[in-house]
Each structure stands twice: as structure tokens, then as C-alpha cells.
Ligand binder design. Sequence first.
Ligand SMILES: [Zn+2]
Length: 844
Amino acid sequence: MAELKHFYETFQPKHYDVYIDIDREKKLISGKTTITGAAQAQEISVHQKYLKVSAVQAGNQDVPFTTDDQADTIRITLPAAGDVTVAITYTAPLTDTMMGIYPSYYQLNGEKKQLIGTQFETNAARQAFPCVDEPEAKATFDLAIKFDEHPGETIISNMPEKSEKDGVHYFATTVRMSTYLIAFAFGEMQSKLTKTKSGVEIGVFATKAHQANELDFALDIAKRAIEFYEDFYQTPYPLPHSYQLALPDFSAGAMENWGLVTYREALLLLDPDNTALDTKQLVATVITHELAHQWFGDLVTMKWWDDLWLNESFANMMEYVSVDALQPDWHIWETFQTSEAPAALQRDATDGVQSVHVDVEDPAEIDSLFDGAIVYAKGARLLVMVRALIGDDALRAGLKNYFAAHQYGNATGADLWSALGAASGLDIGAIMHSWLDQPGYPVVTAAVKDGQLTLSQKQFFIGEGQDVGRQWQIPLNSNYDAAPAIMKEKEVVLGDYAKLRAAAGKPFRVNVGNNSHFIVKYDDTLMQDILTHTDELDDIAKLQLLQDLRLLADGRQISYATLVPLLPRFADSHAAVVNTALYRVASNLKRFVTPDSPEENQLKAFYNQLSADQLARLGWTPKAHESNDDQLTRPFILSAALYGKNGAAIAAAHDLFKANADKLASLPADIRFYVLANEVHDFGSADLVDELVAAYRETTDGSYKGDLRAAVTQTPDKALLAKLIGLFKDPDTVKPQDLRSWFYGILANHHGEQAAWDWLRNNWQWLEEKVGGDMEFTTYITVVANVFRTRERLNEFKAFFEPKLNTPGLTREIQMDTKVIASRVDLIEAEKDAVNAAVAKEIQ
Ligand SMILES: [Zn+2]
């Protein structure tokens, strides 16, 4: 356990001279850090982790110090309080944990190579050099870096290189910034550079294992994104350059280090000639997310980690705002509706979920704060709600003032609300308080009671939940004027329903546009009215209808069986958003059938029926100039047709495979996975799996790699699955960053579930050592909870994880996931027969 006091209170660094010498061969870091700052006491502490400190000097004199590895600290006794210069000499190991300074491994022409990079958020800068490793402790930095350099190697950092002398690379002094945003990287790299209108140098860097044109897409998006933000924020980009670097080993998705953003290769680089539209959209939103942070997070930083949401929720909203401006034809807000909205609504319905704003001190708990569905998705949804309330003009004006007031410093959520409040004239803080500081969200029940149209709010739970009477200030966005803009009360009566219905001339709806974070339960009268007028619903409304009903069914407020007859009504929609919501419901029906049972065959027939007309319309091969909706819909249809055992679809996929057997990578990226998966599943052999695994090791194309991984894990052959599990600890095949996806693929394959689950239990300690120090660790528990659906598995899950409940950072995840599985098991046991009967009724 680390110390919980903020070191910044007793020691405020102003400037760091950081000298680091890295020996890759010996896996050793040696360094000397000189910190100039103000000491409020004679005893100060700075952070360190895994550092072996040999000397501490204050004003050129050795001073007493002790290191405490449990508390991540060096405690230093100064001659006196006041302005001081402290120099710390140390060595440290160069470790492979994807935290601190670490090597990424890759191959070039069969030769093993390394690229050294850094990952300091949240608290790993202290692994590289001693520092007050707290976001508030902003200072300027002079970096000087030496390494066992070979000809042809490059080094880059937050700032441009100023000079090189005796193998030491000196970088220009940084602006005032937080330690967790420092970054550098060196090795053999290729790059592409350009300049923004305002003269900022934009660069994309990658290993030479990639084709040069894989850097082009990112360069274009990054350049236009910086230009967009300079305009939108009305605040210039504060550094001379903005570099994007793809690292072969990277734990998170990307990291917003100021001026040197790091990414997973698959989230930065892509083949411009063969990449699916949704992959391009994903890469673009990742880049625009990180670049949004260059201001919101880097220029102005949260004071402490409890306001992490300020950084992440905001960047998560801005990634969509900017991509919508850069590529308006993509309609990227539709992706927000199909990805962020359902992720937030699902997770936020489990009792015990964290609120967006969380009080936190312990570093292990800080890492577990990065709950993607809450801090990112829900937080972004809340800010979208604010944006809808105040409009873009007030948002931009407020942000401009916020940046001006806090630049190169820190801020809290309250500072943002006061800036937006001043610009809009609304008390944003009061509205947002109920959303940020409370976990969960309401279900608004709309009902006609004694002729009166009535709305009431109540917290929505999936699974067991304790109702403590939470209430929210809900932006209703109703299509009836009688509804208030904000519903603060537990219940409101809107008036005589018959009169309101006649005056409006359309069915009553709330949360039009689906931008507020709540779901709606209409009573029978209101729901029947909506369902008899579905032609009048736009695509987002159809998505919302299916999504809200699915959640209500998960929460046992309605039966899943009532959803089954709705699916054929929307199955011919050409809108990708509708198909995404529809097939999400359909996918949940798979939980109610046992694999290879007559009930499953019936469900397959239903799938085939749902997808048949669309399959005939869209076909297997993407057409030139087809709509984005068709491109994004096809994968759902192919997936459904293959699960539905559509003979023509299976044969067509097999033919495509045979015709492209010697050039599988060149199969159209939109359909490649389905062709490969079909082959592995229905026509597979050990040789084929070997061949695809070899291709996986070879290729540098991230999306092809993903297709290969997902396809091979679909094999029904238990011996082959065991062989794949045997690769989990072979980093030359399965990189630690990709292990979870491999694990999940096999766990979700019912032929592999037992073996994958056994592997996890037998190797938990190894896994903890490998990725335990990292914010992705808890998601191994989450993916297990996504799959399990029987009481036996629930009991096994509890038996294994309950003894780990007190592990810092795991507590909440274990408690929540136990509830997730338990509620699913209860649901299946209660509704299995009714759901399968409803499916049987639909089959013609
Ligand atoms: Zn972020």
C-alpha cells in the first residue's frame, strides 16, 4: 500500500533536470534527477518505484534519506525548509510490464528488434525517475537521454531535440506539465511529417516493419484534428509538434502524452486500400480523443485523480464532435449511439457500479477507476446532455475561458461548470451533480393513470439492487410540450392524456434523440400507440425502442419473450443503427438455448429467417459506392446467416476462401473475418489453423491480425483449442497486450469454455505478475462475466474470485460481475421456456 498523503503539500517542484541512461542489453536504467523546488518542511518525500537510490544531495551536499518500497517513496531530510535543489542518483531495472520505460518487441525481416517507449499514466513516471508523481505537481522538464545507440536509430520526446553531445540527446525545456504526460521513445523508426495551417509539425511514427502507406490515414486525421481543435477551443496548440507513435507492445488503447501520443499499432496504422469503414472510424476517434486531451487534460489537468472523468469524459465526447466535423459523411454520432450509449446503460445498471466522480487515494484503486463504460462512455453521455442543453456557442465560449483561466495549471469539475455556467446562464453544476456523484440512472415510467399522463422516475437495476431513493434532474426531451424541460420530481402529471394525444397528433415519447442518460418504460397504452406508428419513427428512435426494451428485459421488468415478435418488424431496415440494436437483442436470445439442442436449431432457423432478405439484397461482396449503412450492416447479416446455417451463405463463404486461398489478406476487410471463421468452423483442419496462426505472426496489418485471431478461436476441435491455449505464454505469437482477446475468443466458444476457464484459474498468479500492475487487469474478470450463464459456472466463479475480494483494485469488479452472472442465470432459468416458445411461434 502506498502512502495516501499528497507529497505536493510539502514539496512543490518547479523544474526537473532528468538524465537517463538506458542499457537495453543489460536491461538497466541509470539516472540522475535534479529537482528545483520549494520545500515546506525539512522532511520531504518524492515518489519512486523499483529505484535503487545511491545518493541524495541537497545543494551539492549528501543528505540523509530512506527509501520505502511499500509506500513508493524516498524520504529526504533537508538541511532546512525553503527553496532547494535536490539531486537523486539511482539505477532501475528495465522491465517488460508495459509500464514505465519498457521495450516493445517486433520482427523485421526475421530479425528480432526492440523499440523503447514509455507509459507513465497513472503512476509509473516514478519507475523512470524520482518525482512528485501527482497531476497537480506541474513543473518544467529538461530531458537528457542516452542509450546503447546503433546507427539508424531515432529518439523522440514531448519536445524537439535541441542538441546531441557524447551520445546524450538533449531536449528543449518543456512547458509546465504533469509527470504522467512525459514520454520518449527510441529505436529504428519510420515517419511521415506535415504541418498544420498554424505551423505545428504533425508526425506519425512506426517501426519499419510497416508499409509506409499505413501511416497516411493517421497523418491526415491528426493534422486536421489539431486544426479543428485550435479553432473549436479558440486556443492555440501549445507545443511545436504533435507526434503520434505506434508501439508494438501497448497495454491501453492510446495515451495522450503531451506532444508525443502513443498508440497500439492497430489503433493508429491501417492499410488505406483495404480497411473496413468501422475500423477507420475507430482509428479516427482514437486519434481525435488523444488530441482533444492535448488541451483538455494536458494544458489543463485534473487536480487529482478523483476528477479523472473530467479528462476522459470530455475527450470521449470531443472525439465524436471532431470526427463529425472532419468526416461529416460518416454520421459518427450514430456510432456513439451504438457503442457508448449501450455500454454505459448496461454497466451503469448493476448495483455497486462506481459513480463518474469518485473519491480515491490508493494508487491501485486509481487504476481501477478507468472503467470504460462509466468514466468514458457514461461521462461522455452526460457531457452530450450538457452540450444539448447549452448549445455549441456557449460550450466554446465557456471552454475558451476555462483554458485561459487554468492553462498550465489544474482544475476541478466545479471549475468547468462555473465556466460553462457563466457562458450559458444555466446552473450546470446543480443539474450535473445528480448525475456525476450518484451511480446508476433512472427508468422513467410513462403511464396513463386515471386518464392522466404521468411520468415517474426510479433507479433502474439489472440484477439485485438496493433502492436508496436516488433521484436525478432529467432533461426529458419530450415531443409533447406539456412535459417539463427538466424533471426534478419523483413524479409529474402532464395532464389529460386523451386531450394531449389529440392535440399532438402523434404518440407520446420522451428522450427524443436518445441523448439523455435514462431509459423509458411506456405502459401498454402508450407502447401500443408507438408500435402502431413505427413508420413514423426515425432510425435512432427505432434503435432506442429496441435498446430500452432489451434493458427492461434484462432488468426483469418485461419478458424477453415479448421482444421476439418485434424483431421481424425491423429486420429489413437499411439503417446500421437499427440492425446493431436488433442483432444485439437477437444475440441475447442465444443465452436461452443449450448449444446443439433442438431449441438452438430453432433459434438458428429464426436467425436465417431474419437475415435472408438482407442477405439477398447485400450479398457477400461489398459493392463500389455502396452506402455507409450497407457497409456497416453487412457484417450483422453475414454473421446471422452463418449462425442460421444458411446453406447458400456457407457455400459462398467457402468459395470466397478457395478463390483467395493464396492471398487471404486481400479479401475485403469488411467480410474477411466471416470468410475465415466459416472456413475454420465448417471446413477446418489442423493445417488450416496452423496456417492462419502463422499468418497472424507474420502480418503487421492490425485489422487482419484481429480477423485471424477471432477466426481461429472459432474452431470446434478441442485438441486445436488446447494447442491455441498453449500459445498464451508465447509472446512471439500472442503478445501480452492481445492475450485477453485470445482468451475471450476461446472462452466464448462453447467447445473451449472449460479449457479457457481452467487456464485462467491455473494461471491467475502468472497473469497477475504479467499484467497486474496495469489498468487492463480487471477486464479479465469482466470478460468471464460476459460469457458465463449457468448456475454451476456462477458457483465456480464465486469459489475462485471471492477469496480475491480484498485484492486492491479488484473488489468492485468481482462484486459487480458476480451480480451480472447471477442475474443472467436467474433470467435464463425463469424465462427459458417462454423465450423458446416465442421463437418457435415465429418460425414459418
Ligand atoms: Zn483519454
